[in-house]
Design a protein around this ligand. Structure first.
Ligand code: SIN
Ligand code: FE
Length: 299
């Protein structure tokens, strides 16, 4: 079972031992929580507290260093776009500095990826997305899941995400967390088919992925989908619901810590990628766990 473990940044700044505790909680699949680590908007950015910024299709407004652009914004002025982009860059830099203070040298190997602004209320948001109703569950983050990327294969690396609840009216962001990764994978692994010969090359050639998938990505995507479709698993009473207060910041390896976002609006998130060899205990990674279970290499 994953837990939510509180830490205090003023304490980790001073104590190497507490920084090591935070790394170990993180790698165990827990969510590391700083109850009081807010990110403030500037006076100009206050204008960004409006739901009309989004395009109504994507869940989030995203600054993507790989594609080099902002996506998910609706019909807004160039001025607002620049404001959002500047704010997202500032959030990315702020999280990098926080993570130095909380995790120490470990943070140097966290490679920044996308930054997202999540203004839309989660409760009742399910209809967002371009796919048909039969696939809508895949985009429904109110169902418990590990993260896995369809178009951006992660090739065994870790997905690390940090979130800050910036709700202006003080509304908490409610998550459900639960189930150790290995127990979760055990439920489904035997039912996941092996990849077809040439499958990943085909997906890449037809631009369904930005670069080729690996067997690891194939398994993680299947685990993500199978868990979301399994009503018995979703209703397991052992899972824990937690409310992150406004002004709180929290982070976890979202490929390992099963999570569901149930309620809340206005959140910022920064994704980082971490190579397994840079972990303190690489054997705790989903890659190494799955390779042990399958008995062979997956990347
Ligand atoms: C998710 O990663 O599934 C959503 C988390 C959130 O937006 O709070
Ligand atoms: Fe997720």
């Amino acid at each position: 079972m994953n837990e939510i473990v509180p830490f205090d940044i003023s304490e980790t700044r001073r104590s190497e031992e507490r920084r090591a505790d935070a790394v170990s909680a993180l790698e165990d699949g827990s969510v590391v929580l700083m109850e009081d680590l807010p990110f403030a908007f500037t006076a100009a950015e206050e204008a960004l507290y409006g739901e009309s910024l989004g395009d109504g299709v994507q869940k989030n407004i995203t600054l993507d260093p790989y594609l080099g652009k902002l996506s998910g914004v609706g019909d807004v002025s160039e001025e607002s776009k620049a404001l959002i982009e500047g704010m997202l860059r500032r959030y990315r830099e702020t999280t990098q500095s926080w993570l130095q203070d909380i995790l120490g040298p470990y943070a140097q190997n966290l490679d920044p990826r996308r930054t997202t602004y999540r203004p839309v209320e989660i409760a009742g948001r399910k209809k967002i997305g371009k796919v048909g109703d039969d696939k809508a569950y895949r985009f429904d983050d109110s169902l418990l899941h590990p993260d896995a990327f369809k178009r951006r294969p992660i090739k065994g690396n870790r997905i690390f995400r940090i979130f800050t609840n910036i709700n202006p009216t003080g509304k908490p962001r409610t998550w459900k967390v639960g189930h150790g990764f290995e127990a979760f994978a055990t439920r489904y692994l035997n039912r996941i088919r092996d990849p077809h010969l040439g499958e990943f090359a085909f997906l890449n050639m037809t631009r369904q992925t930005h670069w080729p998938r690996t067997h690891y990505d194939h398994i993680m995507l299947n685990l993500h989908d199978m868990g979301k479709q399994d009503a018995t698993f979703q209703q397991d009473p052992a899972h824990v619901v937690f409310q992150f207060p406004a002004g709180a910041t929290w982070f976890c390896f979202t490929d390992q810590a099963l999570h569901a976002a149930l309620e809340g609006a206005y959140c910022l998130e920064q994704t980082f990628e971490l190579q397994v060899e840079h972990m303190a205990a690489p054997e705790k990674s989903p890659l190494k766990v799955l390779e042990r279970m399958k008995g062979h290499a997956l990347v």
